[in-house]
Design a protein around this ligand. Structure first.
Ligand code: F6R
Length: 260
């Protein structure tokens, strides 16, 4: 796992966007895995700016969202379908229909999960998966004790996750209880993983994911098994890591051909 510690959240967004932009430059029809929540917003804003400035053409990019709330009304501003449209599809100029989001309103949710996996496979798999991490170590909505072999499925959100996400809703009771999320096994099939985190509320989860034992108690620790996982965080999110000086040393001496 490559761990890059940068001074500010803005720099995290900028560097992570550069990595995604490099993936698209190398493969214009790249398939991008998309996290929602606040962590990746700076990445999407930066990619949008690159597109508007004529430095990036994302018109052939396709995408798959990590997760969606179950039962959230269609068009609700906090449904991940709405968030992806507003924060990714429109600013990056992606083609309509090029990004799929799990269907949290399907009559047969289990069948919809199977279809989602099939659609990802048919698209040739994900080239780069953007991830945030929950304060309890979840990635996607794979809460602690999720199986490392799990596939896209219905999960019950942890009380802490519902409380954390209440900030996006008018009323905390409005936060859905259930979600559909790509599984940890699904996420691990992406060719590259790119996790970003900012701020002190993520410091314990980052330390557990990057330096702790690989354990389903911290689902993010599964990244230690991925051959191409990059973690880009700010100083504050790095606050509980023990090898930060080594990560700085490695990044400062990163070979030029590996830079992005
Ligand atoms: C959402 C997702 C979650 C978030 C995590 C952090 O699609 O995959 O794992 O990344 O809950 O949320 P924020 O970024 O809002 O702190």
């Amino acid at each position: 796992m490559e761990i890059i510690v940068l001074p500010t959240p803005a720099e995290v967004g900028e560097l992570a966007a550069r990595k995604v932009a490099q993936t698209i430059a190398r493969k214009p029809a790249a398939v991008i895995g998309l996290a929602t929540g606040s962590s990746p917003l700076a990445i999407y804003a930066e990619l949008g700016a690159l597109v508007r400035g004529g430095h990036l053409d994302a018109s052939q990019v396709r995408g798959f969202a990590l997760d969606e709330y179950v039962g959230i009304p269609e068009g609700h501003p906090q449904s991940y379908a709405s968030v992806i449209k507003r924060e990714v599809v429109e600013p990056l100029g992606l083609a309509p229909g090029s990004v799929l989001v799990p269907d949290g309103r399907a009559h047969d949710l289990e069948a919809a999960c199977v279809q989602y996996e099939a659609a990802m496979r048919d698209a040739g798999g994900v080239d780069i998966q953007i991830l945030g991490i929950g304060a309890n170590g979840h990635i996607g909505f794979n809460e602690p004790t999720s199986s490392f072999a799990s596939r896209t499925r219905i999960k019950t959100l942890a009380p802490q996750t519902r409380a954390d996400n209440a900030r996006f809703f008018d009323n905390p009771d409005e936060v859905p209880m259930h979600c559909v999320t790509q599984g940890l096994g699904t996420i691990m099939e992406a060719r590259e993983l790119l996790l970003v985190a900012q701020g002190g509320r993520k410091a314990a989860a980052i330390a557990a994911a990057a330096e702790g034992p690989v354990s389903s108690m911290c689902p993010g620790s599964i990244l230690q098994f991925h051959p191409y996982a990059t973690v880009i965080i700010d100083e504050v999110a790095a606050g509980q890591l023990t090898l930060t000086d080594y990560y700085r040393h490695t990044y400062a001496n990163k070979p030029s051909w590996q830079r992005f």
